[in-house]
Write a protein of this length. Structure first.
Length: 269
């Protein structure tokens, strides 16, 4: 049996998602809770990794149970019992929001058709305490028009090599398609949402960091555009901090964002 989990977490409490020898990650914590139920370690597969400090509103995970394991756990073989059982043992910073049985063909990572990320900024002299580790605190001059202009340039298919941190190895291709790049301006709160078919290592944080740097007048916006037009290794820009980034959700099959569906409906009429 293959189970599919929708998971949310406060990244401040963890050393990222992927398991590490020093433990303390989201994957380690979930696997420990599952092992208590099953009686042995079960390996999890996620839609993608998140760095330490990055939050998730809708991380998708799957794991498989063998017939022997299902027989051993009895009634826990039913997906609806896992939600309460796991949340009873997990820390409050990590919650399983939904559990369903997945098809044999489903894979949390390889079945994705894209992801949605959101980055939150707070532009004011004072950061409210409830936003500590929830948004990037900015103060001083900030040209929000530049952020919107650069976000529009990010949409479409580009080689994002200039916005990819060097993790020691690069994928075969650094070309990605950003289907939607929107900026929501609500006074002191600014949110940048990127929806794409895939994202490179620290790509969102590098894009947002470069946008903010240009908006603050610390770098000419043309440098940002050159990074898009000249796909080569560039000096790492001032990267946006991890704590403002949220994995909103992974997309599967033909699923599209609400905004995309709304635009499609508008065009149809």
């Amino acid at each position: 049996m293959k189970l599919r989990l929708l998971v949310a977490y406060d990244g401040t409490a963890f050393r990222g998602f992927q398991s590490q020898k020093h433990r303390g990650t989201v994957q380690d914590t979930l696997e420990e809770s599952i092992a208590v139920i099953v009686g042995e370690r079960v390996v999890l597969h996620a839609s993608g990794r998140t760095d330490a400090g990055v939050h998730a509103l809708g991380q998708t995970i799957h794991f498989e149970l063998t017939p022997d394991q299902i027989s051993r756990i009895g009634r826990m073989g039913k997906p609806d019992r896992w939600l309460a059982a796991l949340n009873a043992s997990l820390p409050p910073e990590l919650r399983v929001m939904k559990v369903t049985q997945a098809s044999k063909e489903f894979h949390a990572r390889f079945s994705t058709s894209g992801k949605i990320y959101r980055y939150d900024l707070w532009h004011d002299h004072v950061l409210p305490p409830h936003l500590v580790n929830r948004a990037w605190h900015l103060f001083g001059p900030l040209d929000r028009g530049i952020i919107r202009e650069l976000a529009a340039q990010v949409e479409g298919t580009h080689d994002f090599r200039g916005f990819c941190a060097d993790s020691g190895s690069l994928p075969d291709s650094t070309v990605r398609t950003i289907r939607r790049a929107t900026v929501r301006d609500r006074g002191r709160a600014i949110s940048i949402t990127l929806e794409g078919d895939g994202f490179l290592y620290r790509m969102v944080r590098m894009i947002v960091g470069a946008m903010v740097r240009a908006a603050q007048g610390k770098e000419d916006p043309s440098i940002f555009l050159k990074r898009l037009e000249e796909p080569r290794p560039w000096p790492t820009p001032a990267m946006a901090p991890a704590h403002g980034l949220y994995l909103v959700r992974a997309l599967y099959g033909c699923s599209r964002s609400r905004n995309q569906r709304a635009r499609g409906a508008t065009r149809a009429t």
